[in-house]
Design a protein around this ligand. Structure first.
Ligand code: KIV
Ligand code: ZN
Length: 515
């Protein structure tokens, strides 16, 4: 593999052209403008803003972008047809820095079946149209479409003809994502050997599709073999399986600069924002485990990993999430989380517990994480609040069963434990909560009047934790109670027992003997 000094790799972003060709990703001109402005903040070198021959809306969008976005070069795609080139001229007329991108397929299958033209007809068309484009554009990019499947000798011929006609950038597309990294890298090295101007006086670009999941690997192999421009999209969106993902290429170059001997001018801190904006405006969700920008890319759930990250972030992270605009790594609190991570999360929430309280809270957390997939900060706060406001658990819930049918009153069976002794009672009621409260009354002998009942969800998702707050009048005392559970009936019972136990504690304190 040839060794290169640190070279600048130009980022040609085609989110607004090839990315928008992704099924269902259609954008309005204003949405395109919003993304283009973000791409400017991201500091991409070239924005391919659209394909003017597609529609008037496309021309309008490119014009809007050309007026408002001035740092990157604005590029428009065109077939090798003078009319397309004229539309590109119209679309780019306001651009401060502009590029015309013309393409024509060169592979045998495209020549014979799609274009029905022989090799010399293809060469003629390419030369004529590049020359036509050069009358209006200083900067012209030539793409021999399906280059990766084109016979090597003919590809060399086409590229030479394009450069002789005035192309300032040559782009080698792997249009159908067929290449393998070693093969694609070898093709790039071969072309440079045959045409040494590539990567020197003529920009040498690659454009890889992801049909075999190799778009990024192929782009990196091309860079290692001398390409100095990559065409890519935010989140890797694009035709079929998509294009090479901008953030993956940029972060691979940055993270493995020891190996890549290259750099980009991308403003890394804008990566996350760009990804979210594109996902939001195109409606294309980012898969959770997507490298760099997936929701889980910096999330750790395993207790062992969390412990490692807390001790030294690099044990399980090769990129500092802050570099790409995130606030930090995320510890997903769930059943795999350990004590260390639990304590650290509480510290972050500003919660201080005594060692005994911490032990109990951790036990509650473990119980909850068996019921819920993720335990959110609000869940932790709810657990801790229960711990801090701890009162003696005179009555403890052992068992709860509700039967409820249409046209008949619900029935509750409750088992409570007090000083090691279990008592059980059943009752019907006007609703399941009422039935439970009546059954508890039967067991405890304490009559309570419900003054207030409120329920709210303290976390999100189908497995959300419900919090029930009540106020009851018992034995002349008006007390509040609160209970949390993923089951709202259980939360209601816990709230009731909480209030009941408060009263018991109060009475015991006053009388000096248990009630
Ligand atoms: O995939 C492709 O070949 C293209 C060209 C227009 C560059 O998108
Ligand atoms: Zn493409």
């Amino acid at each position: 593999m040839p060794s290169h000094k640190k070279r600048k790799i130009y980022i040609f972003d085609t989110t607004l052209r090839d990315g928008e060709q992704c099924p269902g990703a259609s954008l309005t001109p204003d949405e395109k403008l919003e993304i283009a402005k973000q791409l400017e903040r991201l500091n991409v070198d070239i924005i391919e803003a659209g394909f003017p021959a597609a529609s008037r809306g496309e021309i309008e969008a490119i014009q809007k972008i050309s007026k408002a976005v001035t740092t990157p070069t604005i590029c428009a795609l065109s077939r090798m047809v003078p009319r397309d080139i004229d539309l590109a001229r119209e679309a780019l007329k306001f651009a401060k820095k502009k590029r015309l991108h013309v393409f024509l397929a060169t592979s045998k299958i495209h020549r014979e079946y799609k274009l029905k033209k022989n090799k010399s007809e293809i060469l003629k068309l390419a030369v004529q149209n590049i020359k036509y484009g050069k009358r209006f554009f200083r900067d012209v990019e030539f793409s021999p479409e399906d280059a990766a499947r084109t016979e090597r000798l003919f590809l060399v011929e086409a590229v030479r003809a394009g450069i002789d006609a005035g192309a300032t950038t040559v782009n080698i597309p792997d249009t159908v994502g067929y290449s393998m990294p070693v093969e694609f890298g070898d093709l790039i090295a071969y072309l440079i050997k045959k045409i040494p101007a590539l990567g020197k006086t003529v920009n040498f670009s690659v454009h890889c599709h992801n049909d075999l999941g190799l778009a990024v690997a192929n782009s990196l192999a091309a860079i290692q073999n001398g390409a100095n421009q990559v065409e890519c999209t935010v989140n890797g969106i694009g035709e079929r399986a998509g294009n090479a993902s901008m953030e993956e290429i940029v972060m691979a170059i940055d993270t493995r600069r020891d190996l890549m001997s290259a750099y980009t001018d991308i403003n890394l801190k804008e990566i996350t924002k760009s990804s979210r904006l594109v996902s939001h405006l195109t409606g294309l969700a980012v898969q959770p485990n997507k490298a760099i920008v997936g929701r889980n890319a910096f999330a750790h759930e395993s207790g062992i990993h969390q412990d490692g990250i807390i001790k030294m972030r690099q044990t399980y992270e090769i990129i500092d999430p802050k570099r790409i605009g995130l606030s930090g790594s995320e510890m997903v609190m769930g059943k795999h989380s350990g004590r260390h991570a639990f304590r650290q999360r509480l510290q972050k929430l500003g919660i201080k517990l005594t060692p005994a309280q911490l032990d109990r809270a951790f036990e509650r957390f473990k119980q909850l994480s068996d019921q819920k997939k993720y335990v959110f900060d609000q869940d932790l706060e709810a657990i801790v609040e229960d711990e801090i406001s701890r009162i003696p658990q005179t009555w403890q819930l052992e068992y709860l069963k509700i039967t409820s049918e249409t046209d008949s009153k619900p029935e509750a069976t409750i088992r409570l434990k007090r000083q090691g002794k279990i008592s059980e009672a059943s009752s019907d009621g006007d609703g399941p909560v009422d039935a439970c409260y009546r059954a508890i009354e039967k067991i405890t002998g304490l009559k309570a009047k419900l003054v207030h009942y409120a329920i709210q969800s303290v976390t999100s998702g189908k497995d959300a934790l419900g919090e029930v707050s009540i106020k009851v009048a018992i034995e002349g005392h008006e007390v509040s109670g609160r209970g949390t559970s993923t089951d709202v009936i259980e939360a209601s019972v816990k709230a009731y027992l909480f209030a009941l136990n408060k009263v018991c504690a109060h009475i015991e304190k006053k009388s000096g003997s248990p009630i």
